[in-house]
Ligand binder design. Structure first.
Ligand code: PFF
Length: 451
């Protein structure tokens, strides 16, 4: 027999769980990489506009769909539009959450490995970090072992349910994460390259801004805010009737952006403290460049180096865990409610199936690296389908659904808790969701496919 549906018990729990979903590898790893590749502060400014103009309205829409229906994403769309094809967005959301969880777990496993190596003292020894990383990820067993441990951690939280699992752990992990960020920012500001790093981050160079930079910023905002994957819709289905949706969306977007920018404040001063290291190293930034930076910068103070790198990878791990929880919950909620089975069983099933798919993703860095589809490895293919096709398409459907299909009165009532909370910008919201965001998403879509 499936469990009775529960809600989050406090406002803080709501904000921290949703912010936990948003704050993830996308903030600490992907955002600084994008800033490095796209010319620093100009990218940040454009990103802020994307969060405000696109991220906040789409998040509000997901919240209202979830809270109005109190159901998993697929059922939510079926309830609001019975018998209509809009349900496809629910199906895509659950499917893409499953797909992302399978490869997100692999990268999170790498993070766990780097954390363990940092603590053991075997990461910060002079070595070729590029070769170190390649030999680790191409190994057939070790990355998988760490991914399994990470999946187990996620599983244990989800199996405990909404209140004693997701809410309780988010309330522990998110403050810890913010504390670690604070400590690391202070340490980073004390490094010799702090001035150059901060200048790189704060001085906008608009000559670098092209259409593709704008579109990258929007894609980053979607990924970072966990939009269009059913996760926030599922979490919102556990919101109570008095949760203020507009305020919550603003809080979550602010926390997410704050963490992304602070991650830049941690990484760039460190990167600029070591000669011959570029800020635009791409995805290797966290697993190749940073260990080298930690090792070189703290050569004469190895203890501080262990502490800095240990805290950094712990930060990455916590961020990944709270995001993985939301991806897992999006699928688990569907399995519980559609097949009417107990939470423990449903979450075990999801963990197992995701891990099975994760094995293929992990091996695609080693023995399966020659197996490609349209020139992409299995990992690349999953990432491409999830973040470049299904995600923008899902975002578009959510906007069209709330902006054009849903009754305006229903939308207004949900966003104002039955007209008890004022929402003066409702017209702006409707304009954004009807016209601006769909056009922006279509542009990302075309750019991603052509790029
Ligand atoms: N927002 C997460 C991050 O920034 O890493 C990733 C993510 C989580 C994407 C949940 C999508 C999602 F549904």
């Amino acid at each position: 027999m499936a469990e009775k549906r529960k809600n989050f018990t406090s406002k803080l729990g709501v904000v921290l769980a949703a912010a936990g979903s948003a704050v993830g590898l996308g903030n600490v790893w992907r955002f600084p990489t994008e800033v490095g590749n796209n010319g620093g502060a100009a990218f940040i400014l454009i990103y802020l506009l994307c969060v405000l103009g696109v991220g906040v309205p789409v998040m509000m829409s997901e919240f209202l769909i979830g809270r109005h229906t109190h159901a998993n994403t697929i059922t939510a769309f079926s309830k609001l539009a019975p018998g209509k094809w809009w349900r496809i967005e629910g199906v895509a959301g659950v499917f893409v959450a499953f797909l992302i969880l399978s490869y997100y777990t692999i990268i999170s496993g790498w993070t766990l490995y780097y954390l363990v190596q940092s603590l053991k003292g075997s990461l910060l020894v002079s070595q070729d970090y590029s070769a170190y990383f390649s030999s680790f990820v191409s190994n057939s067993y070790i990355p998988l072992l760490y991914a399994v441990v990470f999946m187990l951690m996620t599983h244990l939280v989800i199996a405990r349910g909404v209140q004693s699992g997701i809410e309780r752990f988010s309330k522990i992990m998110m403050p810890l994460l913010l504390l670690i960020i604070g400590v690391l920012v202070v340490c980073s500001f004390g490094m010799p390259g702090a001035g150059t790093g901060l200048r790189f981050l704060l001085k906008p160079d608009f000559s670098k801004v092209t259409a593709s930079v704008v579109l990258s910023a929007m894609g980053q905002a979607f990924f970072s805010l966990s939009l269009a994957m059913g996760c926030l819709c599922t979490y919102a289905s556990y919101f109570t009737p008095d949760t203020k949706l507009v305020k919550t969306a603003f809080s979550v977007c602010s926390i997410d952006t704050f963490v992304a920018i602070l991650s830049g404040f941690i990484i760039f001063p460190a990167v600029f403290s070591v000669p011959n290291v570029n800020p635009d190293e791409g995805p290797g930034l966290v697993f190749v460049t940073l260990p080298h930076v930690f090792n070189t910068a703290f050569h004469s103070l190895p203890l501080l180096g262990y502490l800095f790198s240990g805290l950094f990878y712990l930060l990455l791990l916590l961020a990944a865990l709270t995001s993985a929880m939301s991806l897992h919950e999006s699928v688990t909620a569907y399995v519980i409610e559609s097949f009417n089975i107990r939470r423990q069983k449903a979450s075990a099933l999801v963990s197992f199936c995701c891990m099975a798919l994760g094995v293929l993703c992990s091996l695609s860095f080693g023995v399966l690296s020659d197996f490609t589809v349209c020139g992409l490895t299995i990992f690349g293919l999953f990432d491409f389908c999830a973040s470049k096709i299904i995600m923008p398409a899902g975002g578009l459907i959510i906007c069209l659904f709330t902006g054009w299909y849903l009754d305006r009165k229903l939308v207004y009532n949900e966003l104002t808790n039955g007209e008890t909370v004022p929402f003066r910008m409702f017209r702006v919201y409707v304009f954004l969701i009807r016209y601006v965001v769909p056009i922006a998403i279509i542009l990302i879509f075309i750019n991603e496919l052509l790029g």
